[in-house]
Write a protein that binds this ligand. Structure first.
Ligand SMILES: Cc1ncc(COP(=O)(O)O)c(C=O)c1O
Length: 331
């Protein structure tokens, strides 16, 4: 982990003074609400420093808005935008010597907020901590994903917390992930909890398929996390003349379109991996569906377009990149 963190506490109904501290273990009351009732939310985004004069952060206002949606859902206080941005800038800036100045490398920023009040009774916390920590991200690989359709377990139910980034969603996904790995796959492919017929997403990535040269992705139904990368891919694809359909996608329909050769590519996208092609979709009956273009020409083109913007090789016409002010960076 990067050696410094940003912290600001909330008490008596207001956010206090922010601090930069050495990275280290927390002191947390054993009865803190976050530990018992999961008032714990987080975000994930990256700082890039490849061909720009200062480090840049990708669309951070979207992560700030999503953090506050998560806070709202979990009965936690909103965080003002200036504190979110100050935390990102301070941690990206102070750690800028750790950001590899190479393509496909970055510093991963992890803002998080949790309830700190002591109390065994089920109620929302009166006190909170917001932090930003960072970790030099692993270089992106061009490894292909193998996903296993999850026909029993569910990630998110209607009215639940699937469309926000709350820690409990991820803990609850681990058992299916472990089962998928035991069967020789990398990740489960989640379906809707009610009927187990419609594709939702992966545990930390959104899902796309290329069918008849057009892009299809599950619509944001309220149980899918609205990914920043997903939104960006949709914009870039449309600007590139590719038709994009956000719709309910039935898993059995997709599997037969793979068999008939009309679905040529499938890929996952998210901050961590940007875009990653899927080579194989496995089903619980042991069937494996191999994608015709496992190295994904559409996926690769969109990934390169996104990386060109993030790494500063092309003009940022859409205003997606946010420069870390120079005074946050050590000389
Ligand atoms: C469940 C889930 N879906 C999708 C994504 C991709 O979102 P983003 O592109 O904002 O990283 C993430 C990662 O945050 C996630 O946790």
């Amino acid at each position: 982990m990067a050696p410094v963190l940003y912290r600001v506490n909330y008490e008596r109904g207001r956010w206090g003074e922010s601090q930069i501290l050495p990275y280290g273990p927390l002191e947390l009351d054993p009865a803190a609400k976050a530990l018992h009732y999961a008032q714990s939310i987080f975000e994930g985004l990256k700082a890039y420093f490849v061909e720009t004069p200062t480090p840049v952060v990708f669309r951070p206002e979207m992560n700030w808005q999503r953090l506050n949606s998560s806070a709202h859902r979990m009965e936690m206080p909103e965080l003002p935008e200036n504190l979110f941005m100050e935390g990102l800038f301070a941690i990206a800036g102070l750690n800028s010597p750790l950001i590899p100045r190479q393509s496909r490398q970055s510093l991963y920023l992890r803002p998080l907020m949790y309830g700190t009040q002591q109390g065994i009774g089920l109620a929302s916390s009166d006190t909170y901590t917001f932090m930003v920590i960072a970790s030099p991200g692993e270089a992106l690989t061009s490894q292909l994903l193998r996903v296993l359709v999850e026909r029993e377990g569910s990630r998110a139910a209607v009215g639940g917390t699937g469309n926000v980034k709350v820690s409990g969603n991820y803990g609850a996904s681990l058992r299916s992930t472990a089962a998928a790995i035991r069967c020789g796959f990398d990740q489960p492919l989640w379906l809707d909890a009610l009927t187990h017929r419609y594709i939702e997403e992966l545990s930390i990535m959104n899902f796309f398929a290329v069918i008849d040269d057009e892009l299809h992705t599950p619509e944001l139904s309220g149980t899918i996390l609205p990914g920043v990368t997903r939104a960006s891919i949709i914009e870039l694809a449309r600007a590139d003349g590719i038709r994009v359909h956000e719709r309910r996608m039935e898993i059995d329909e997709l599997l037969s379109l793979i068999n008939s050769g009309r679905c040529t590519e499938a890929f996952a996208c998210g901050t961590a991996i940007v875009v990653c092609s899927i080579s194989t979709i496995g089903d619980q009956d042991g069937q494996r569906y191999e994608l015709k273009e496992p190295c994904g020409t559409v996926a690769e083109r969109l990934k390169q377009k996104l990386l060109d913007i993030q790494e500063g090789r092309v003009a940022d016409r859409l205003g997606w990149m946010c420069c870390v002010p120079a005074h946050y960076c050590p000389k």
